[in-house]
Design a protein. Structure first.
Length: 419
């Protein structure tokens, strides 16, 4: 049995590759069922975010090609198209990786808190799909516990800088006075909610929230004195926007080159700053080639994020030490599974011996034998029967010169040398 993590992330693959292997929420259940239907896969979970797609699996093989082939086939890609971008970790390295991811140590923005919630969602989806068994269940529960310990006992999550914050910081660098500008936010999920909060704190003049479900947009816009519109009105309202920040779960682009060109003409080519945080991308890449459009993807926010990384190095080191200890703790539990059947059989054998001795004692009592003598006979018989097999094997081991058996017995039964 092998624990294996396989995936791609912001370090190994650009956004145009990551978006090709992202799993949409509506396909996740089917994907999980297909994955565990593979002969080599016993348990599985899938994490898919804007920065990473990862498979966490319990396999009856150590060959990662099983997962590479499945992921390529599911997304209609060739193995060789993905191979340069894929990483994999087995057993203790797989455990270390998921603990680092959940603690925010492997994120684009070090210490960001959203990833833990995303991992919890991945676990829930996998559990609902019947893809979680004993090993992954224990791994995820351990992961949640360790991530909580890291955030409680280190400063890794203090003043967290999210991708949303990085996007707003970049907007502030370009527009020194946000109080004179209008922001158009596309989507109404957690990331856009963070964007709205940061823009409000920075004194944005006007905020428009466009979403497929207008009720969700209204709920978000009302919290930050913004205006809610349906996605259908996006082309008409784009002319008002100096800042556009988008993060939806759409599998196809929402904002195309034609709509942006039309808005630029109406704006008399007044520049628009755009950040596309979504994976797959919400804004067609060709939009970035337009004059007076400054389009950034999540991969372009490195400068703001690098400052965050440097400020968290001490806390990160503390977190790494916690994780190192907890990896060994989990691997110890995993190794202990090897003893379960042996212990069960040993206990069953001892209980059968005990029951036999009790029945013999009951017959002696029924025949009128002195209870005190019966108890002594029971204790003596039970002791002899329980130690007979181990004693015989130790004698045989000594006869054959297998000293390691005697040393193991000494440790197993906690025996001290009698000089």
């Amino acid at each position: 049995m092998t624990l294996l993590t396989l995936g791609i992330n912001h370090k190994t693959a650009p956004v145009e590759i990551r978006e090709k292997v992202a799993f949409a929420a509506e396909t996740l259940g089917q994907a999980l069922k297909e994955l565990i239907s593979q002969e080599a896969v016993n348990e599985a979970a899938i994490l898919s975010t804007c920065n990473r797609t990862e498979l966490y699996c319990s396999l009856n093989t150590s060959d990662r090609d099983v997962l590479v082939s499945w992921m390529s086939h599911f997304h209609h890609l060739k193995n060789e198209d993905l191979a340069p971008y894929i990483y994999s970790y087995a057993d203790n390295e797989a455990v270390q990786h998921i603990l680092r991811v959940a603690s925010g140590l492997d994120s684009l923005v070090m210490g960001e808190p959203q990833i833990l919630g995303q991992i919890k969602d991945a676990y829930t989806h996998a559990n609902d799909a019947g893809a979680i068994g004993q090993q992954l269940n224990r791994l995820f529960q351990h992961t949640f516990s360790v991530a909580k310990e890291v955030r409680t006992n280190t400063a890794i999550g203090s003043n967290p800088v999210s991708v949303a914050f990085a996007a707003v910081s970049l907007a502030k660098q370009i527009f020194s006075k946000l109080s004179e500008h209008t922001a158009l936010l596309i989507g109404a999920g957690e990331t856009i909610e963070l964007v709205a909060r940061h823009l409000k704190e920075q004194g944005i003049k006007k905020m428009i929230v466009a979403n497929r479900t207008v009720e969700r947009a209204q709920l978000l816009a009302s919290q930050y004195d913004g205006e809610a519109i349906p996605l259908a009105e996006l082309p008409d309202r784009l002319v008002e926007a100096d800042i556009v920040i988008s993060s939806t779960a759409s599998q196809l682009p929402i904002l195309g080159k034609g709509a942006v060109e039309s808005a630029l003409k109406q704006r008399k080519h007044k520049p628009i700053f755009m950040v596309d945080i979504a994976v797959p991308r919400d804004i067609e890449p060709e939009v970035g080639k337009l004059r007076d459009i400054y389009l950034y993807t999540v991969d372009d926010l490195h400068e703001v994020i690098e400052e965050n990384r440097k400020s968290r190095q001490a806390a990160a080191q503390e977190a790494e030490e916690i994780i190192e200890n907890q990896v060994e703790h989990f691997m110890g539990w995993l190794r202990s599974l090897d003893s379960v059947d042996i212990i069960r059989n040993f206990r069953s054998s001892a209980e059968l011996t005990r029951d036999g001795c009790i029945k013999q004692a009951e017959r002696q009592l029924a025949a009128g034998k002195d209870p005190h003598e019966v108890m002594k006979e029971l204790a003596r018989t039970l002791t002899n029967k329980l130690i007979h097999e181990p004693t015989a094997h130790m004698n045989q081991a000594a006869f054959e010169g297998r000293k390691h058996i005697l040393e193991a017995a000494q440790e197993l039964f906690n025996l001290k040398d009698n000089d």
